[in-house]
Design a protein around this ligand. Sequence first.
Ligand SMILES: Nc1ncnc2c1ncn2[C@@H]1O[C@H](COP(=O)(O)OP(=O)(O)OP(=O)(O)O)[C@@H](O)[C@H]1O
Length: 348
Amino acid sequence: MTGLTIENVSARYGAAEVVTDVTLDVPRGDLLAVLGPSGGGKTTLLRVAAGLHPAASGRVSVDDVIVTDVPPERRGVGLVPQEGALFPHLNVARNIGYGLGRANRPWRGGAREEHRRRVEELLDLVGLPRVGDRKPSALSGGQQQRIALARALAPRPSVVLLDEPFSALDAGLRASLRADVRTLLREQSVAAVLVTHDQTEALAMADRLAVMLDGRIAQVGSPEEVYGRPASVAVGEFVGEAIVLEAEAFGDCAQTPLGKVQLVSPGHGVGRVLLRPEQIEVGAAPTKCPAAGSFTVRDTAFGGAHSEVRVEGMGIAVRALCTTLHGLQAGDPVTVSVRRPVPFYPGG
Ligand SMILES: Nc1ncnc2c1ncn2[C@@H]1O[C@H](COP(=O)(O)OP(=O)(O)OP(=O)(O)O)[C@@H](O)[C@H]1O
């Protein structure tokens, strides 16, 4: 199943290149999340894919057809922009109808009936069957984004591009809407690209995750790969909380302030390792003869499924996420170890 292919695409505003040599491939039914800091070029990349901004070089294909020079409405690409995407003066049905491209065209044969049926089908699809007559202002933020999605899906595109579609919604609504949208996009078998700077959203929704830093794709992989084996410290620090420690590697292991750690692939010499708070295991230290170089608890915070223990020692302070606090309290001596192998990045 082909979908969207972006090959060696660069894009500029005047002399400034903001997207550099990007290559990405999104099969139908898959969702690729593009995650990156503000100003990294994510929106510009989407606009190039949608045909709303010219590529300075490279090419864009939809279902194996090169569309780099095809106008937006003929590319088979739907766009769900950030908030405020609906026309306020049109009711919901007409907003969706706009996506069907009926503007200024006469009705012929059963076209009117067919159009009405498709709009109803789309309203059902996004779970809002009875709001066709309402104005967008009479809908909640989440409902408006569902309608924006229905409008994008109306002409049965091969590709749907979503530009921070949930950014205006509160956390609870966001979580439920993103699960619904994910299911819907998969059922419709479209190739979807979601642009976001929200790591949780990207990790939760993506089949594959691309991290975009300074206009370039710094890494593409499954969410687990990118989170667990970031290609660089910069990627690791952007995708989730990172603990970066000085290290000296000797083969499969490295010496760090948290003791000896196992490496995901062999390394040598000085550099850094990157780990996640849930990889740190904290245990009560023997009180009679505590080992030299042990750690003490700075503070704890019970958090239900995951509690937080902040420990300090050996000149560093780290935050560990644990499933239980084991009765630990501030000032308690503890031992600290690292679960699972960690990536090593050579260099001072
Ligand atoms: N119309 C424009 N004219 C000139 N420069 C622009 C224009 N739009 C964006 N830029 C610049 O291009 C760079 C990339 O912007 P872009 O909006 O693609 O980034 P982004 O990763 O989507 O950011 P955000 O997450 O804040 O939306 C930024 O430096 C931005 O200032």
